[in-house]
Design a binder for this molecule. Structure first.
Ligand code: 6LW
Length: 535
C-alpha cells in the first residue's frame, strides 16, 4: 500500500479500555458487543461493558454485587475475582470466573442473566479447580467448560494443564468425565486463559503462556473433536511482544478472546501494558487486534504481527467522537441518584460510609477505623487511573477533632503501597494538609502545610516522572512529589493498576466524623494515555 493510501485508512487508538482492565473476555449478540474484565478485590465485581464498534465502551453494570460465597474480606487487592469469561447462548448471558486467594484459584462460579445489564444470578459454585474458566457452546447445543490447573505430572508435561468438562445447562453443574486437553506449546511455561472456538469444523484452543508479564504469549492447539486430542499449533506463539525491545510502547501482550463482527471479521481483545522507562502504573489494559482465519488457524495482526497503538478500524465501523469515559474529563459533582459506575470500593459495599447527600449536595464520607492499610473495607471509593498525565482534584470540607482522624485524596496501588493527601490537625489542633507515602507497613510523612478550616481543594498531578500533590485554600501550595515507579506493578507486584480516590479514616467508631466532598475532577492532560479515534 502506498503512503497516500495508508493515510486514508481510518484508525482508532489502542488501548480501547485504558487503565486497570485485565483479562478481557468478549461476546457479541447481534450488533452489540459485551466485554468483561477482572476486578480483583475491588467492589462491585466484574464490570459488563457495551460497545457497537469495539472501540468505544460504556459500562452497563456489574456481575458480582456481594455474596457470602465470594467474600473478598481479608484478601490482598490482587486476589479476588480473576479472569471472567462472558458468553451468550439462546437468550442467556453466562459469566464464569474464579475467586482467587493467595494467588490460587479458590472458588469457581457461574452467573447468568437475561440482560447484560442484569440482574445477574447469585453465583453458582462449580466443582472446578484452577483458574481462568471459560465456556464453549458447540453447534449441537452442548456446553463445554474449560479451565487451567496445576498439571498432574509436571515433570513430564510442564507445570500447567488445560482441562474440560461438560456443563449441564439444565442443572448448571459440571457433568461427565474430565478431559485433559493440552499442556501448552512453550516448554516449561504455565498454560492459562483457555478459550475454545470452532471454525470450519475444527476446534481451536487459544491460550496464554509465559505469565502475564514480559514473556506473555498467545499459543494455540487444535482438534477434530471437542474433547481432543489437541495438537499444538506449530506457529505458537501466535502473538507476543516478548521479543520486542524497550522502545516498544506495548508490552506483556496476551490473554486474548476472539469475537466475530457482523461484517464477518474476527477481532481479538488482548491484555497489554504501556510501560514508561520500564515500569507501568496504569495496570493491564485492553487492546484490540485484528485476526484473520486461515487454513492454519487464526493469524493475529496479519499485517504487522503485533499490537499497535494505532490500528485500522474494524470493517463497516465508523467511529464518531470518542466517548467521555474513554478519553475525557469526568467532573463528578455527586448530584445523581447513585454513584457513577467508575467508582469502586475495596472488598465490599461502603453504603453506610460513603453516601450521596440529599438534594445533590455532594458526597459524604463518614470516617471509619478501617485504614487503607487494612484488608477490610475502608471508607474509600476510587476510580481507575486511565491516563498517565492527568490532574485529579477534589473540593473537600473536613474538620478533624484529633490527629488520628483524616480525610482526603489517595493514590492507591495496594494496601501496602499508596499515598494520601489528608486533611487533619496537628498536635495544637491547627488544620493541616499532610502528604504521606505508605509502604510495607511504614508511613513516611513527606510534607505538611497549615490550611484554613473550610473547604479546600486537594489535587494530584500525574505524569511520566511522578505524582505531585497540591492544596488550595485561597492560594495553591505544592506539598511534594512521589516518583512514579513507587506505584508501579513492577515495584508493587500483583495484578492491578493505580486507582485514585477519596477516603476518611479515624480511630473512632465508624461514622464518627464526616467529610463533605463537593466534587471530584478527573482531568486528563494533553497528549496523555489513550487518544481518540481518528482518520
Ligand atoms: C489471570 C491469569 C493471569 O487469571 O493472571 O498471569 C490472573 N495470568 O490469566 C489474574 O489476572
Amino acid at each position: 500500500m502506498s503512503a497516500s493510501e495508508c493515510a486514508l485508512v481510518p484508525t482508532f487508538a489502542n488501548p480501547v479500555l485504558a487503565g486497570s482492565h485485565p483479562d478481557p473476555s468478549i461476546c457479541r449478540v447481534g450488533e452489540d458487543f459485551y466485554l468483561v474484565t477482572s476486578t480483583f478485590a475491588y467492589y462491585p465485581g466484574i464490570p459488563v461493558l457495551h460497545s457497537r464498534d469495539l472501540v468505544n465502551w460504556s459500562p452497563l453494570g456489574h456481575v458480582v454485587r456481594g455474596s457470602s460465597r465470594l467474600s473478598l474480606t481479608g484478601l490482598d487487592v490482587s486476589d479476588g475475582i480473576w479472569a471472567p469469561t462472558i458468553r451468550h447462548h439462546e437468550g442467556t448471558f453466562y459469566v464464569v470466573a474464579t475467586l482467587a486467594k493467595g494467588r490460587h484459584g479458590s472458588v469457581t462460579f457461574l452467573s447468568t442473566a437475561a440482560e447484560p445489564v442484569g440482574p445477574w444470578s447469585d453465583p453458582i459454585v462449580l466443582d472446578a479447580e484452577g483458574i481462568d474458566p471459560s465456556l464453549f457452546f458447540d453447534d449441537d447445543g452442548r456446553c463445554w467448560f474449560t479451565a487451567c490447573r496445576d498439571a498432574a505430572h509436571p515433570d513430564v508435561t510442564g507445570p500447567g494443564e488445560l482441562w474440560m468438562r461438560e456443563l449441564d445447562l439444565d442443572t448448571l453443574a459440571l457433568t461427565g468425565p474430565t478431559h485433559v486437553l493440552w499442556h501448552g506449546a512453550l516448554r516449561g511455561a504455565w498454560v492459562e486463559a483457555p478459550h475454545l472456538y470452532k471454525r470450519d469444523g475444527r476446534y481451536h484452543l487459544i491460550a496464554a503462556e509465559g505469565g502475564t508479564e514480559h514473556h506473555h504469549a498467545v499459543t494455540a492447539a487444535r482438534a477434530d473433536a471437542v474433547t481432543g486430542p489437541y495438537t499444538t499449533d506449530p506457529r505458537s506463539p501466535l502473538l507476543t511482544h516478548r521479543h520486542r525491545g524497550a522502545a516498544e510502547p506495548i508490552h506483556n501482550v496476551g490473554h486474548v478472546d476472539l469475537v466475530d463482527t457482523p461484517a464477518g471479521e474476527t477481532w481479538a481483545v488482548a491484555l497489554g501494558v504501556r510501560p514508561t522507562d520500564g515500569t507501568h502504573t496504569l495496570g493491564r489494559e485492553v487492546f484490540l487486534v485484528p485476526v484473520e482465519w486461515t487454513a492454519r488457524g487464526p493469524v493475529f495482526a496479519p499485517d504487522s504481527g503485533r499490537v499497535q497503538l494505532s490500528e485500522r478500524l474494524p470493517a463497516q465501523i465508523t467511529v464518531a467522537a470518542a466517548e467521555a469515559l474513554r478519553d475525557g474529563r469526568v467532573l463528578d459533582r455527586f448530584d445523581g441518584t447513585a454513584l457513577a459506575p467508575e467508582w469502586y470500593s475495596l472488598r465490599g459495599p461502603v453504603d453506610g460510609l460513603v453516601s450521596l447527600r440529599s438534594g445533590g449536595d455532594g458526597l459524604s464520607i463518614r470516617l471509619s477505623p478501617e485504614p487503607l492499610t487494612s484488608t477490610g473495607t475502608p471508607a474509600f471509593i476510587a476510580r481507575r487511573q486511565q491516563h498517565l498525565r492527568l490532574r485529579a482534584s477534589t473540593r473537600i470540607r473536613f474538620t478533624a477533632v484529633a490527629q488520628t482522624r483524616e480525610a482526603g485524596l489517595a493514590v492507591f496501588q495496594n494496601h501496602d503501597r499508596h499515598a494520601t493527601l489528608a486533611l487533619t490537625v496537628d498536635a495544637s489542633g491547627i488544620p493541616h494538609a499532610v502528604l504521606t507515602a505508605r509502604k510495607a507497613g511504614s508511613d513516611t510523612r513527606l510534607a505538611a502545610v497549615a490550611v484554613t478550616d473550610g473547604e479546600v481543594v486537594l489535587a494530584v498531578d500525574s505524569d511520566e516522572s511522578g505524582y505531585t500533590f497540591h492544596v488550595e485554600d485561597g492560594t495553591w501550595t505544592t506539598l511534594g512529589s512521589i516518583e512514579r515507579p513507587f506505584f508501579s506493578t513492577e515495584r508493587a507486584g500483583g495484578f492491578v493498576g493505580v486507582h485514585i480516590g477519596l477516603y476518611g479514616t479515624g480511630d473512632a467508631e465508624a461514622g464518627q466524623g464526616e467529610a463533605l466532598i463537593r466534587w471530584f475532577d478527573y482531568a486528563p492532560a494533553p497528549s496523555s494515555g489513550a487518544g481518540g479515534a481518528g482518520v
